[in-house]
Design a protein around this ligand. Structure first.
Ligand code: HEM
Length: 231
């Protein structure tokens, strides 16, 4: 069910939006929220690592990994390697990013896992890890039979898109939740920081949208990309 348009323009928008998203989250966490720390008496600096690592990991690198088959004019094997390595980096950043949220809560005496955002977040990381492991074992090493791979590929694609959409949803809920906490503690509702956080969340949604458009359109060598051995 591919769109009959080339993926390249969509993939360029993905790269550009990823860069802008990274800049926006850095401006927010450094300029408005005081920067980062692993150990500090100001526990907010530990929390700031959470949105940064989640955005770079699950959203930007996860999205780039998904579109690697559509954005790179390389051989299938190289694209497969790039796909799995980008997803592995995304997963590691996601694990460290979620750890920083727990670390911030534990060191500040705040309860864990009380919000919809955190529940969906646990769902995302668990599904992401299962998806990566199954993909690695089936399509890379040791690799399943030709039959298993061709049967698995459509499920891998559908689950991968589902998990990615869930990650984008979870990230936007995170921005909403943090901004609501800040506004309830006195942050101006129409102030520049509130606009910045809302725009970063909108940009996250747009980034995800262009990832999906890239997936649905025609890559450099679409005939190869749809065969089971492409992943
Ligand atoms: C896909 C990306 C994300 C995932 C998977 C995720 C996951 C999680 C998880 C599992 C927790 C629970 C930590 C605990 O209970 O100790 C959490 C906490 C939190 N996250 Fe995220 N997060 C993501 C992105 C973001 C973003 C972009 C923000 C924006 C600021 C954010 C804001 C928060 C806040 C405010 C908390 C503490 C309150 C709460 O537990 O709900 N998250 N996140």
């Amino acid at each position: 069910m591919a769109l009959k348009v080339p993926a390249a323009p969509f993939t360029f928008v993905v790269h550009a939006l990823g860069l802008v998203g990274l800049i926006l989250v850095l401006v927010w966490t450094i300029h408005f929220r005081g920067g980062f720390a692993w150990e500090d008496s100001n526990k907010n600096l530990i929390f700031n690592l959470h949105p940064l690592l989640m955005l770079i990991g699950f959203i930007v690198l996860g999205g780039e990994a998904i579109i690697s088959y559509k954005s790179l004019p390389l051989s299938k094997d190289v694209k497969k390697l790039i796909h799995l390595v980008l997803h592995a980096i995304a997963l590691v950043l996601g694990i460290v990013g979620i750890y920083t949220a727990f670390k911030y809560h534990n060191e500040s005496g705040i309860a864990n896992l009380y919000s919809l955002h955190s529940w969906l977040g646990i769902g995302v990381i668990v599904l992401y890890a299962i998806q990566w492991l199954y993909g690695f074992l089936t399509f890379f090493f040791p690799g399943g039979s030709a039959y298993l791979r061709s049967e698995s590929l459509p499920w891998h694609v559908v689950f991968g898109i589902f998990i990615y959409v869930l990650a984008v949803t979870t990230a936007t809920l995170g921005f909403l939740e943090k901004l609501t906490f800040l506004q309830n503690s006195g942050l101006a509702k129409y102030g520049s920081e509130a606009f910045l956080v809302n725009f970063t969340a909108i940009l996250t949604v747009l980034f995800g949208t262009f990832v999906l458009l890239s997936v649905a359109s025609q890559g450099p060598s679409s005939a190869d990309d749809y065969s089971y051995s492409a992943i």
